[in-house]
Design a binder for this molecule. Structure first.
Ligand SMILES: [Zn+2]
Length: 137
């Protein structure tokens, strides 16, 4: 994604465009992908960037809060930042650590539990944990 496009996206989400935030967004929004904070840091380092770990973590939290990316928590120790914010589901491969998208319409629910009260379902996200060699992602 071009710098100018990122600035437009930031503006839509109410994110102030600091150089560090732009650098992080350029990595994350490059293509539909799932990256952990550590993977973002590795890619920054390989580009010779000196953005601190703390800034990366804070920025990823901000991007999530503002809806620029979607956070996918696969277990308490592992979370991924998804550049695809459209509603969809995931396979998570426990052997490879890979997260694979499942289109929203490929999982159907015969029935969802009644929430009761004033609550409403905001979003349904299914995480299917798998093992072994999986097909093309
Ligand atoms: Zn995804």
């Amino acid at each position: 994604m071009q710098r100018a496009q990122i600035i437009v996206e930031f503006d839509n989400c109410g994110i102030f465009p600091t150089p560090q935030r732009i650098e992080i967004a350029q990595i994350l929004l490059k293509e539909p992908q799932h990256l952990s904070a550590e993977q973002v840091i590795e890619r920054l380092r390989s580009k010779g960037s000196g953005v601190s770990k703390a800034t990366v973590y804070n920025t990823l939290n901000l991007f999530t809060e503002r809806g620029l990316v979607n956070e996918c928590v696969v277990d308490p120790e592992r979370r991924f930042y998804d550049s695809n914010t459209d509603a969809h589901h995931h396979f998570y491969n426990l052997d490879t650590g890979e997260l694979i998208d499942i289109p929203q319409d490929e999982i159907a629910f015969a029935e969802l539990p009644d929430l009761g009260g004033e609550g409403r379902i905001e979003r349904v996200e299914v995480l299917i944990k798998v093992r072994g060699k999986t097909g093309e992602s």
